[in-house]
Design a protein around this ligand. Sequence first.
Ligand SMILES: Cc1cc2nc3c(=O)[nH]c(=O)nc-3n(C[C@H](O)[C@H](O)[C@H](O)COP(=O)(O)OP(=O)(O)OC[C@H]3O[C@@H](n4cnc5c(N)ncnc54)[C@H](O)[C@@H]3O)c2cc1C
Length: 419
Amino acid sequence: MKQSYDITIIGAGAAGLSAALEAYDDTLDILIIEREKNFGGILNQCIHNGFGLHVFKEELTGPEYAQKLIDLVMEKQIDYLLDTTVLNISKDEVFSIKATNITSGEFIIESKSVILTTGCYERARGHVDIPGDRPKGIMTAGSAQRYLNIDGYLVGKKVFILGSGDIGLIMARRMTLEGATVLGVAELMPYSNGLTRNIVQCLNDFDIPLYLSHTIKEVVGKEKLEKVIIQQVDENRQFIENTEKTFEVDTLLLSIGLIPDVKLFESLSIDTDPLTKSALVNQKLETSVKGLYACGNALHVHDLVDDVTIESRKAGKYAKAYVINQKDIDKKQVPIRFDHHIRYVVPQVVDYHLIDEPFDVLFRATQKHDVLKLVIKQGDQVIRKKTLKYVVPAEMQKVQIKPEDLINDLPIEIMVEEV
Ligand SMILES: Cc1cc2nc3c(=O)[nH]c(=O)nc-3n(C[C@H](O)[C@H](O)[C@H](O)COP(=O)(O)OP(=O)(O)OC[C@H]3O[C@@H](n4cnc5c(N)ncnc54)[C@H](O)[C@@H]3O)c2cc1C
């Protein structure tokens, strides 16, 4: 292994592998660092199918999707370190990446550019208020998935799920197929936070009830979980009297959201976005630190792995261009603004001096709309209009901006004309 690289990619899930493949060039030294013993990231525990329809034009399981990327990385003989954790990153002239593994202890790798693809982690009980006892049997849906699909343990027989995120929905089906009884899923919001296909295929097909506008009122059980009591909430999230429902269960799975894992940004002074809880990036997926790129779930939480690959290929391409053409240009950076119908956008800023090709602005709506009419403006001038049908917060949307759309260097504003 060398001590100095052109591009170092931290994390070898779908994002890291896809970025590495796109950055590959036989004149560049590229290194992938992964803390697990295997490549693939979260895909390794997602043994259901539904991956790859856009990127590979076939329906694959998570491990199959990962294997396709791994085979390509092996073919290109890209350097990698498995079972190696990156501890922190700093930047002077180049990046200094401090990592550790069992054979070498702590060591430093220098790199001209870094792509951060460290994925995300699940919100757990400590992130939300769940009143009641503290018994065994409460865990995140992703942990239960890992226990079942990787280690072979069924964590419970009678299960209730809080939160209708995709991991919870997939685990409702998975636990049912393995012989457990899933008594229901409670969702605080009046709509599901999971993909429509997962509601249909994981709940409806198995007659598992979804209780919208419901949350946990109390968890009961001294040693082991005995029951959960849920209750309906109004539009102000206040409990509605006499709507309690009690379920006798031994397991409560939490599927209450994912947060980008960006601990490694802490050692760099980086501009962040409180809405995505990750780095603020421009249309080239470059953070406010030159040469540092972020993509995949480390940048914002994605529903589909295909979208992770598409985004990460761009990060790989732009990191490669950065290393090859490194030059200092004065930035002309402006924000992308949006109204209250939109929860967040990525990228959050546009570097006008770097516009040389169309770029996508990804966003999530704050609520469900049958039709959403978008108007994209610069100052008072409308530069584009786009109508989207059946928009739900769980599904990421995108609008493409072409260089010829831009008529001045004022901020881009994405507004909703009509809902
Ligand atoms: C349960 C579940 C079901 C899903 N179902 C579908 C589906 O049906 N269809 C679909 O298209 N998509 C699905 N997705 C979405 C998709 O699989 C993910 O969005 C995608 O795989 C995330 O890729 P990633 O590379 O960004 O993150 P990850 O796969 O999480 O990879 C991040 C990697 O970074 C490594 N890492 C983190 N920190 C460090 C460090 N300090 N040093 C070294 N390495 C580090 C981690 O070990 C990990 O391997 C699902 C996701 C989940 C969680």
